[in-house]
Ligand binder design. Structure first.
Ligand code: TEU
Length: 564
C-alpha cells in the first residue's frame, strides 16, 4: 500500500521578498521544457526530524512515548516546517538498549502500539506532507530474537550458531577470542555455559550477526521490503559501518579511538570492513526498485571523511550523517575544517553532506556549546549555519525548544553504558528526557494521563521550555526554528553550491560563505564584527544591530560586491 502524494498544503509562512525575476528567461520555451534536468530527489535537501519514540509524546498514559503520541503531534511537526521524520526503533524488544535490541524487526512492540497504528501514522503524515523514515538495526539482534534463542540451545559448531559470531576462547578456553572491547565498556565477548563466547560490540543483550551468512543477508532485505511495502520513505541504518568484521577476527591493532567522531585505525578489524559496500549496493538496488525516491541514511561512525564518502557512492547509500561537524567544538577553525573536509569528501562522490548537531546518543548541543544563554545563542547561530549549507539537515526532537542536557540522578539512569562502564560513564539518558508540551509541572503534557510518570524524570523548572509557552512568542527558540525553516524553504538562492567568502586566515572568529545571492556569516568570537552590506533576511540575535554580535549569525542578501 503506497501512500498519498506529497501535495498536501505546506505550513503558512511569513512572506519573503521573492527572488528578483530574471525577466524573459523566466518564461520557459518549449525547448527549455525539453531540456529540463531531472528533478532533484527530495532527500538531497530535506529537513529531517529525529523522534526518539519513547521520549516524544505518550498517547496512552503509561509514561513512555508511543506511535499514538506521534500521531497526535503530527500537526505540530507540519507547522514546525520539517519535511520528514526519522522514527527510532519501535519494534518488539526487551529494551536492554531501549529498542536497539530488536527481537522481531517486522512487528511493533505493544509498548509503542501496533502495525495498524503505524499504518495510520503513515497515512496521516502523508496527508500533512510529512515523509516517514524508520530505523533498521542490521548489525545485531536482541538476545531474545528467535535466532539467538535457537543458537544458545544449539551446540558449538551447529548451523544455528553460525548466524552469529560464536568462537572458542583462547588459551585454556577461558580467555576471550580476541582483544575487542564493547562500545558500552568491557569485553566484546560473552561466555555461554558450554564455554564458547559470542561477540557483542554493544551490550551482551545485542549479539552481533554474522553477515557472511546468507540467511542474515536475506532476512535484512526482507525487513527492508516489509517496511517499504507499507509505504515508508526510507531508513536510517544503525551502525552502518559495522555488519562485517575481519574474517579471522584478529586482535585490533590499537585501543578504541576516544574523543574523536568515530572508529579509527585502532579498531581496524572490528568495523568498516570493505565487504560492507556490497551489501549497500544490493540495498540501493532494492530501494531504487520502489517508486518515490526511497532513501537510506547511514550512521557511519568512522573518523576519516574519505572513508565515510565511500559509503555514499552513487550505487550505495544516499546519505551519511556528518559527525565531523557534530563533534567539533564551538570554534571557527575547527568548524571550518570540518565543513571543508566533509563537503570536499562527499562532493567527490556526488553526495551531499548530511548535517546534524544532536541525536539520541550525544550530549545536546545547547549544553556542548556552553549551556545557559550562551549555549542557546550559539545554538541559534548554529542552526542558521546548518540551514544555509548545501545538503539535508537532521534535527533532533527537542532542539527546537532549546532543551539542554539533563543531569539525572543515578537511580534514574537506564542506559546500559552506565552499568557496563562500572558507573564511570553516565551514558546517554540526559539527551533522552521526554519533551515538554504544556503545563507548569512535570510531566508537562508529555503523557495523555497527567498522572503518568514519564520513563525519565523531567526537570521541575522546564515550564518555560514547553511548546505551549514558546508558541507565538517571537523571541522563543521554537518560533526562531519555525522562521528559519520557513525561510530556507522560501529562498530559492539556497540551492546553489557553497562558496567561502573569507580566506582561512580570517577564519579564526568568522565563518562566512555564500550560496548565490545569500551570504551566511557566523561570528564564533567574543566581540562584535562588522557586517557586510546587504538585506538582512534572518538574524539569530534580537533587535537592530549594525554589526554581527558574538555567538550570532546572519543571512544577508547581497551580490558579493562588498568584501568585509
Ligand atoms: O549507535 C552506534 C554507535 O556507534 C553509538 O553507540 C556511538 O558510537 C556512541 O553512542 C557515540 O557516543 C547506534 C544507536 O544510535 C545507539 O543508540 C545504539 O545504542 C547502538 O547503535 C547499538 O544499536
Amino acid at each position: 500500500m503506497r501512500r498519498g502524494s506529497r501535495d498536501a498544503p505546506g505550513h503558512v509562512v511569513s512572506s519573503v521578498v521573492a527572488a528578483p525575476s530574471t525577466g524573459p528567461a523566466d518564461q520557459q520555451s518549449s525547448d527549455d521544457v525539453a531540456e529540463q534536468p531531472a528533478p532533484t530527489p527530495w532527500w538531497r535537501s530535506a529537513v529531517f526530524y529525529e523522534i526518539y519514540v519513547r521520549s516524544f509524546a505518550d498517547g496512552n498514559g503509561d509514561g513512555v512515548g508511543d506511535l499514538r503520541g506521534i500521531r497526535q503531534r503530527l500537526p505540530y511537526l507540519r507547522d514546525l516546517g520539517v519535511d520528514a521524520l526519522w522514527l527510532t526503533p519501535f519494534y518488539p524488544s526487551p529494551m536492554a538498549d531501549h529498542g536497539y535490541d530488536v527481537a522481531d524487526p517486522r512487528e511493533v512492540d505493544p509498548l509503542f502500539g501496533s502495525l495498524e497504528e503505524f499504518d495510520l501514522l503513515l497515512a496521516e503524515a502523508a496527508e500533512l506532507g510529512l515523509r516517514v523514515t524508520v530505523d533498521i538495526v542490521p548489525n545485531h539482534t536482541s538476545d531474545r530474537h528467535a535466532w539467538f534463542v535457537e543458537a544458545l540451545a544449539a551446540s558449538p559448531g551447529s548451523p544455528a550458531r553460525d548466524r552469529y559470531l560464536f568462537r572458542d576462547g583462547q588459551g585454556d578456553g577461558s580467555e576471550p577470542p580476541n582483544n575487542w572491547v564493547s562500545t558500552f565498556g568491557g569485553s566484546a565477548w560473552q561466555r555461554v555455559p558450554d564455554g564458547q563466547y559470542y561477540l557483542h560490540l554493544f551490550a551482551p543483550e545485542q549479539p552481533d550477526l554474522n553477515w557472511r551468512h546468507p540467511e542474515v543477508v536475506a532476512d535484512a532485505e526482507r525487513t527492508l521490503s516489509f517496511w517499504l511495502d507499507r509505504g515508508v520513505d526510507g531508513f536510517r541504518i544503525d551502525v552502518a559501518h559495522g555488519l562485517f568484521k575481519d574474517e579471522q577476527l584478529r586482535d585490533n591493532p590499537g585501543p578504541p579511538s576516544t574523543g574523536t567522531f568515530g572508529v579509527g585505525a585502532g579498531e581496524a578489524h572490528s568495523w568498516n570492513q570493505p565487504e560492507v559496500h556490497g551489501i549497500y549496493r544490493q540495498w540501493r538496488r532494492l530501494l531504487d526498485s520502489y517508486p518515490g525516491d526511497r532513501m537510506a541514511v547511514g550512521e557511519i561512525w568512522v573518523a576519516d571523511p574519505e572513508d565515510v564518502a565511500r559509503y555514499l557512492r552513487p550505487d550505495e547509500l544516499h546519505l551519511g550523517f556528518n559527525f565531523h561537524l557534530a563533534m567539533a567544538p564551538w570554534d571557527g577553525p575547527a568548524m571550518r575544517a570540518a565543513l571543508v573536509a566533509s563537503t570536499a569528501a562527499t562532493s567527490r562522490v556526488g553526495a551531499p553532506a548530511t548535517w546534524v548537531l544532536s541525536n539520541h546518543d550525544i550530549v545536546r548541543h545547547v549544553t556542548r556549546y556552553g549551556g545557559g544563554e550562551v549555549g542557546l545563542r550559539r545554538a541559534r547561530a548554529a542552526l542558521m549555519m546548518l540551514l544555509a549549507l548545501p545538503g539535508p539537515v537532521y534535527l533532533y526532537a527537542g532542539e527546537e525548544l532549546g532543551l539542554p542536557q539533563v543531569e539525572l540522578p543515578d537511580d534514574a539512569l537506564q542506559d546500559p553504558i552506565w552499568e557496563r562502564s562500572g558507573h564511570t560513564d553516565r551514558g546517554r539518558d540526559g539527551c533522552r528526557v521526554p519533551l515538554p508540551w504544556d503545563g507548569s509541572q512535570p510531566p508537562f503534557g508529555f503523557s495523555a494521563d497527567a498522572g503518568g510518570q514519564p520513563w525519565l524524570p523531567m526537570p521541575a523548572d522546564w515550564a518555560g521550555y514547553t511548546v505551549a509557552a514558546q508558541t507565538a512568542d517571537p523571541a522563543s527558540m521554537l518560533e526562531f526554528y519555525r522562521r528559519a525553516l520557513a525561510l530556507r524553504r522560501e529562498l530559492p538562492e539556497l540551492s546553489g553550491s557553497l562558496e567561502w567568502t573569507l580566506e582561512p586566515a580570517q577564519e579564526d572568529e568568522l565563518l562566512s560563505f555564500r550560496r548565490g545571492s545569500v551570504q551566511c556569516l557566523v561570528n564564533l568570537g567574543t566581540g562584535d564584527l562588522p557586517r557586510p552590506a546587504g538585506q538582512v533576511l534572518l538574524a539569530s540575535f534580537p533587535g537592530q544591530h549594525d554589526g554581527l554580535p558574538p555567538d550570532s549569525a546572519v543571512w544577508l542578501r547581497n551580490r558579493g560586491e562588498s568584501a568585509l
